[in-house]
Design a protein. Structure first.
Ligand SMILES: Cc1cc2nc3c(=O)[nH]c(=O)nc-3n(C[C@H](O)[C@H](O)[C@H](O)COP(=O)(O)OP(=O)(O)OC[C@H]3O[C@@H](n4cnc5c(N)ncnc54)[C@H](O)[C@@H]3O)c2cc1C
Length: 402
């Protein structure tokens, strides 16, 4: 069947792509929208394999896109879940300093949170014990507006809303070529070609490849970092009531292994951050030589690895040794024992790394006359997705008006 041209075509059936398509549909009610996803399920990668946390935005540099979109996106996500009856619990979280040495860093996060307009306050040992009786720490920050949410359900609902308005969501369509002409963009998949007036790519772990397919140069390359989780066995779930986080290392964009109660009731512990041997490498056994060679021959990654090899080896050790993983968790909950935990799923983070070896911290998208490409959408992009989508749809409107 020939594909009728669309006004907007979105690549990527993760939460950013779906939120963007939904916001385009809201902004341009008469437009025809088509979304292409290479997998047979929506949210098959980062959006369906994350911690399920609705972040408050406490950590991010004031004024950054992360800080601004997390704040606005969180409110939009709460409203969306309430309207659409999607499981959500604003249960609050604590960020715990386990010793006096960590307190100055904790205080700096608290100040940053206040600057970002987040409701948060420092609490003492007594209040830590009241909120999380099994957590151990000298001081903590309590963030009441953090929560947990069912992101895959958000993705499914966004897709239903789009389909109900007559928009197309095509599964099993891997985009392999993008050609821009004066009047439209041709997007070829392994099966067929789709014509569109304007293209938005939200390709997660392959975002840089899509930018390249479009003939543009990507400001950074994606290097995959796997995040592995354990879960508490049913009879030990009471060790964590809600969300317990460590003080993050400011040199890294990852938050450190933490405890997360999921909306389904399980308590997950993790994720760590190990270099993955494939972009969708959810275990050590998944190796894609071409992708591995791409990471290992990238100057930006080699510079990063030469600076942080010790940290990297520590993460590999924690990945291969359950004992080492448990010891990291015991810093927050000393009572945890190895037999309380069983391995569960893993996710892979799309970490954008610049040529100079720095990890791209903020959200990043590049615009061309007929395209917007989301190049970097790491955590908290699930929380911020509805606002990211709104901003992209605004950018599309500005660009198409010219
Ligand atoms: C372990 C982990 C924990 C996290 N925890 C949280 C959290 O608690 N809270 C939070 O807010 N954020 C969290 N994040 C971050 C969040 O999950 C991501 O920022 C977000 O899901 C990114 O969404 P996305 O749509 O950009 O990417 P994805 O969900 O990865 O979607 C991209 C989609 O594009 C498709 N695609 C790629 N290439 C092509 C192609 N050529 N043709 C067609 N389709 C293509 C892929 O198949 C994929 O479905 C976490 C991430 C990880 C990995």
């Amino acid at each position: 069947m020939p594909n009728s041209p669309s006004d907007f075509l979105v690549v990527g059936g993760g939460i950013v792509g779906l939120a963007t398509a939904w916001q385009l549909a809201n902004r341009f009610p008469d437009a025809k929208i088509c979304l292409l996803e290479k997998e047979s399920d929506l949210a098959a990668h980062q959006s369906g394999r994350n911690s399920g946390v609705l972040h408050s935005g406490i950590y991010y540099t004031p004024g950054s896109l992360k800080a601004i979109t997390c704040h606005a996106g969180r409110q939009m996500m709460v409203a969306f879940c309430q309207t659409e009856s999607i499981r959500l619990d604003i249960c609050g979280k604590i960020i715990v300093a386990v010793d006096e040495e960590e307190v100055p860093r904790l205080e700096a996060i608290h100040e940053r949170g206040l600057e970002n307009g987040i409701r948060c306050r420092m609490i003492d040992q007594d209040e830590i014990a009241e909120r999380e009786p099994h957590a151990s720490g000298v001081r903590a920050i309590h963030v009441p507006e953090s929560g947990i949410v069912d992101y895959p359900a958000v993705c499914r609902r966004l897709a239903e809303l789009l389909r109900a308005k007559g928009h197309r969501i095509e599964m099993g369509q891997r985009v392999v070529r993008i050609d821009s002409t004066a009047s439209h963009v041709n997007v070829a998949t392994e099966q067929t070609t789709f014509q569109t007036g304007f293209l938005v790519t939200c390709g997660g772990l392959y975002s840089d490849h899509l930018v390249k397919l479009a003939g543009l140069s990507s400001p950074a390359k994606i290097v995959p970092f796997r995040g592995e989780y354990y879960e508490l066995k049913e009879d030990r779930r009471s060790l964590c009531r809600n969300l317990i986080y460590p003080v993050p290392d400011p040199k890294f964009p990852f938050l450190g292994v933490h405890f997360t109660r999921m909306v389904s009731g399980e308590v997950e512990c993790g994720p760590n951050a190990v270099f993955a041997l494939a972009r969708e490498g959810y275990s050590w056994g998944t190796i894609r030589l071409r992708e591995l060679a791409e990471s290992l021959s990238y100057g930006g990654f080699l510079k990063l690895a030469s600076r942080h090899w010790k940290m990297g080896l520590g993460e590999i050790h924690r990945s291969l040794s359950k004992g080492a993983f448990v010891r990291a968790l015991q810093r927050l909950i000393p009572k945890i024992e190895s037999q309380d935990l069983r391995p569960c799923r893993a996710g892979v983070r799309a970490q954008a790394i610049a040529q100079d070896g720095t990890m791209v911290d903020d959200f990043l998208w590049v615009t061309d006359r007929r395209m917007v490409h989301v190049c970097n959408a790491p955590s908290p992009a699930a929380t911020a997705s509805l606002e990211i989508g709104r901003r992209i749809s605004e950018r599309v409107e500005e660009t198409t008006r010219l």
